[in-house]
Ligand binder design. Structure first.
Ligand code: PMP
Length: 426
């Protein structure tokens, strides 16, 4: 049982072992002991609706994934240095969901590793070093990838070889958004050329999760990507967040923009919690890299990771999770938009499928972002049995991103608790 005394003892022990680098959620941290579907349970048996976690994307502890991983672990779990048919089948299946020029895949363990390798491929191919990113993006935690993750830089400015697009200033109207983003990419290429780095790549999380969820207008990236590619730079679609059906229309977020990336990176939901991630590109890109640099990833593409990945694809299909994401996501977005009309502290609602962002604003100062209110609502929701987080340049966007098996009754529970939290925190 969790009593206040043993919670504080646990916190003390955490500080002495894990230390302060790994930050806990909530003013009153949670001790979660079990998960099932969209629900998490603490050590007192309290149930929480998980509206935060897109890693166990087909549901916490989904029996099919658990069974597939356990079965494989009991038989063989080994690296990719021996032939194993399952990885070929898995990769074939995954590549079938991509544009045809994306015809090879290397498996890794994390999104960070995939983006790190994407940078290496792009730099190797273009012989350029500069990268264009968006202003609050997060692409991972290696040293190279931290440099292109403005949201990780607490005190320093982005490095000289990084050009940052202030996407929070992008106009909403479709034509204006397209032109605005294109102008920024043009300026980015010019700036990186002037600084003598050249532009290796534009990397974008295609649902802009850390930037506060920018789903619309769908297609606004197309002119920019066409232009970038015509200049010989590469487009890296970071699908770690939007991939595997999250946005409701397609398997991949980039498909909403009608573009063919040069490199696609993925992770998080790929193994439903078992570490599985990957990078997809054209064979010529990999070949040119391999001529000079080797790549091996001990745990990437292990037989157990492939078992997890294959089971995830099965469940997405069997349970129609992409269609569910679209349907329930639309219901959720519409009901949240009703809340925006009802409560003056709720600003814009944006999203695609089961990835929705909702801004809290200060109504007394003509809509200034209100991260303090957002934080209060997040903590109130935690007390009311809902787990959720924030994103965006100002930290005032509620990031609504539940497992894809979320249904309308879960949405209703969430919406009721949201109304309660909004009024309780006034
Ligand atoms: N890209 C994006 C868009 C992410 O959100 C994350 C993780 N939050 C990463 C990359 C890094 O993935 P990982 O934590 O698996 O290294």
């Amino acid at each position: 049982k969790s009593t206040p005394t043993n919670l504080s003892r646990m916190l003390e022990k955490r500080l002495k072992t894990v230390g302060p680098t790994s930050v806990l959620f909530y003013q009153e941290p949670l001790h979660i002991v079990r998960g099932e579907g969209v629900w998490l349970y603490d050590d007192s048996g309290n149930r929480y609706l998980d509206v935060y976690n897109n890693v166990p994307s087909v549901g916490h502890c989904h029996p099919k994934i658990v069974e597939a991983v356990c079965r494989q672990m009991a038989e063989l779990n080994i690296h990719t240095r021996y032939l194993h048919g399952a990885i070929h089948e898995y990769i074939e299946r995954l590549l079938d969901t991509m544009p045809s020029k994306l015809n090879r895949m290397v498996m890794t363990c994390t999104g960070s590793e995939s983006n790190d390798m994407a940078l290496r491929l792009a730099r190797h191919w273009t012989k350029n070093h500069g990268v264009i990113v968006t202003e609050a993006a997060y692409h991972g935690n290696t040293s190279a990838v931290t440099e292109i993750s403005p949201s990780s830089l607490k005190t320093s400015e982005p490095a000289d070889h990084v050009f940052v697009i202030p996407v929070s200033e992008m106009p909403q109207a479709p034509d204006e958004a397209k032109t605005w983003f294109l102008d920024k990419v043009r300026e980015g290429i010019q700036t990186l050329n002037d600084r003598r780095y050249g532009c290796a790549a534009l990397i974008v999380d295609t649902i802009f999760s850390s930037d506060g969820v920018i789903a619309d207008p769908a297609g606004f990236l197309k002119p920019s990507v066409d232009f970038l590619q015509s200049k010989g730079s590469l487009f890296i679609a970071d699908e770690v967040q939007p991939g595997f059906g999250r946005t409701g229309d397609h398997m991949w977020g980039f498909a909403r923009h009608d573009i063919a990336p040069d490199i696609v990176t993925m992770g998080k939901p790929m193994g439903n919690g078992f570490p599985a991630a990957g990078i997809v590109a054209n064979d010529r890109l990999f070949a040119s890299f391999n001529d000079e640099v080797g790549y091996f990833n001990t745990f990437g593409g292990s037989t157990a990771a492939v078992a997890a990945g294959s089971a995830v694809l099965d469940v997405i299909e069997e349970e129609n999770l992409i269609a569910n994401s679209k349907e329930v996501g639309l219901y959720l977005k519409n009901r949240l938009t009703d809340l925006a009309h009802k409560y003056e502290e709720v600003g814009a609602v944006r999203g695609a499928g089961l990835f929705v962002g909702l801004d809290f604003i200060d109504p007394s100062s003509s809509g200034t972002p209100d991260p303090a209110k957002t934080s209060k609502v997040i903590n109130a929701l935690r007390q009311n049995g809902v787990l959720i987080g924030a994103a965006g340049k100002y930290g005032n966007t509620l990031k609504i991103r539940p497992p894809l098996c979320f249904d309308n009754s879960h949405a209703d529970f969430f919406l009721n608790q949201m109304e309660r939290a909004i009024t309780e925190t006034r």
